[in-house]
Design a protein around this ligand. Structure first.
Ligand code: ATP
Ligand code: MG
Ligand code: MG
Length: 351
């Protein structure tokens, strides 16, 4: 009966807590949100703000190990938690991945390919950056972006003032636009003794910047898959990472073959590997719990050809249809309010 603390109460925390329960590990959620998806399935919930030091300390002291479901855990919060209990993944992984500039510098520093980038603090930086990188290019806030929020594509050398204003003064990064043929993700686990184990590579299709479909296996060459997995391993090793990590990549192809370019790192379980609940011998959630609790990693063998579809926004009428389809596994997150663009659940088809 060990106890796992999870920072954040969304669907990722919910699915981690469900997996932990299978191993008789009970979960304590820390979240500012009332009625969070993870709250329904956890043994305990603390609803408090991330700067509430008293609540954080009590939360930490009530558990054996702490993890998180999102990369925007404030540095001070992470430091306080890590001073009391083992925090996995470690705060280095958090700091590096919650800032797109640090993240890109880190990846480039490992001699792995990233889109050319330029730090943007002023409008002069932006016009200079667009000159260097050419257009199209993409302006992104360095911090707090997800599902494409806080990004704007720059098509030409005009409209720069408007694009800059969209960032509302937040530090930003300008990236070269990558004309990719596919998007993939490597989702893998690394444990404290450095064992590393990757799920089969996911091919991801986004709609309005939100993940819509994942297909496994990805339609890429074996050689490309090997290169992608070894890049993810190099990243995990460099961070001395413990837990499940996701590395999002672009695949480009021209006459000379396929190339990968790393887009971003998620220091957590990842939407593109939700299929592993029904389609792999060990789910990414259970693998994460195993890795952070010092248990042996599980088999990542795949059980068929996979299609995962996110249920985004109001799709209640489709739920019953999904329940009627053989080989289709429906997962609902228990969110009380439906909003356009909000991830309400997902389905996995295994064939
Ligand atoms: P997530 O929800 O995955 O955290 P995010 O808001 O952090 O998303 P990114 O992953 O950086 O944003 O970008 C979202 C999507 O926008 C990418 O999956 C890709 O489709 C597109 N995109 C981002 N950067 C580039 C780029 N440099 N070139 C081409 N397309 C890009
Ligand atoms: Mg992101
Ligand atoms: Mg992304």
């Amino acid at each position: 009966g060990s106890r796992l603390g999870i920072v954040g109460g969304g669907q990722l925390a919910r699915m981690i807590a469900l997996s932990a329960a299978e191993l008789a590990i009970s979960s304590h959620i820390f979240t500012p949100e009332p009625h969070c998806p993870a709250g329904d399935v956890a043994a305990q919930v603390t609803q408090a703000e991330y700067d509430d030091e008293v609540a954080l300390a009590a939360f930490a002291d009530s558990v054996d190990i702490i993890t998180y479901e999102f990369e925007n855990v404030p540095a001070k919060t992470a430091a306080l938690l890590a001073s009391r209990r083992p925090l996995h993944p470690n705060s280095d992984a958090l700091e590096t991945t919650q800032d797109r500039l640090l993240e890109k510098e880190f990846i480039a520093g490992l001699n792995l390919p990233v889109a050319s980038f330029h730090a943007i603090d002023t409008i002069e930086d932006l016009s200079h950056g667009v000159q260097i990188l050419g257009s199209p290019c993409i302006l992104k806030t360095r911090r707090f972006g997800y599902d494409g929020k806080g990004q704007i594509k720059i098509e030409a050398n005009d409209g720069l003032n408007r694009a800059f204003d969209e960032m509302s003064g937040a530090p930003a990064i300008l990236e070269a636009y990558i004309p990719f043929t596919r998007e993939i993700s490597v989702v893998a686990a690394r444990n404290a003794v450095g064992e590393f184990c990757a799920f089969d590579i996911c091919e991801n299709v986004h709609r309005d910047h939100i993940l819509q479909f994942t297909y496994v296996p990805a339609n890429i060459q074996n050689k490309t898959a090997e290169i992608a997995i070894s890049a993810a391993r190099k990243i995990a090793d460099a961070l001395q990472y413990v837990g499940v990590i996701a590395v999002e990549m672009f695949v480009t192809s021209d006459g000379s073959g396929e190339r990968i370019i790393i887009n971003e790192i998620a220091p957590r379980v990842h939407n593109s590997a939700h299929w592993t609940i029904d389609g792999a011998n060990t789910s990414q959630f259970q693998q994460h719990v195993r890795a952070i609790c010092g248990l042996p990693l599980g088999s990542v063998a795949r059980r068929g050809t996979i299609e995962m579809e996110n249920i985004v926004g109001d799709a209640t009428q489709r739920w019953l249809d999904f329940l009627g389809e053989p080989n289709t596994h429906l997962h609902l997150y228990g969110k009380r309010e439906t909003r356009p663009g909000r991830k309400m659940g997902h389905v996995t088809r295994v064939r």
